[in-house]
Design a binder for this molecule. Sequence first.
Ligand SMILES: [Zn+2]
Length: 242
Amino acid sequence: MVLLLILSLSMASVLGFMKLDAKGANGGCLPPFTAENGDEVLARNFIRVVNAPNSEATAAIVRLVGTIEKLSQGQISFAWRGQDGRQRPSEMQIIFEMNNWQASEYTSDQPVLRIRPNRQNMKMLTRKDNGGVVNFAMLAHEIGHYLTLKDGLSVQQQYEREVRTPCSVTGYSKKLRCTAGFFPQCYRSEESAEVFSAYLTNPDPLGASCVDARRFMAKWFGEPLENSRDCASRSKSLEQPN
Ligand SMILES: [Zn+2]
């Protein structure tokens, strides 16, 4: 089963995207940058960052990966285990492709996440101080796609079984993604990516209407539900040393 995501930005909605949430975009609820060696954080999580436009972009990935690792106590794995999720763990790549006119994409049959902030995208991201390519909510959204769709879409399928009422954390989360072919299957994969991004970078927009989605993420991360109640509880949950 291959799900190709074309992460088009041409259909901006009134309600918007997590990447336009200033706190989420700027990492306002995340812990400070780690003093740990970034290369080590990436290596032990089976990640290689390729063609980062600057050191800030790599540091942002390290900060997100370190946060996911810490919150889930290493239980959420970035390692690629083949399209069926059963192979020996190997490395995945996060490739930055700047000035590419195509949208960002992730194909669930490859250990490659392509981040392509095109000109239109960059214009939107730099507006309102949203950090340009170093937009934590945007990077978390793309990482969320990878983590939920790898291993044969297993987390995505579980999400749809357990979160019966869709969570409209942003307008974009209503967009369905469908497989190609005679019998297309559609998934709420923009919803799970937006929820993942909010859960991690700023839970405020999740509010009371997305409790099921939040409960799902808390179970997946293996952390108490109250850690994701709002931005303040998220920061607090990340204060304790490792
Ligand atoms: Zn997406």
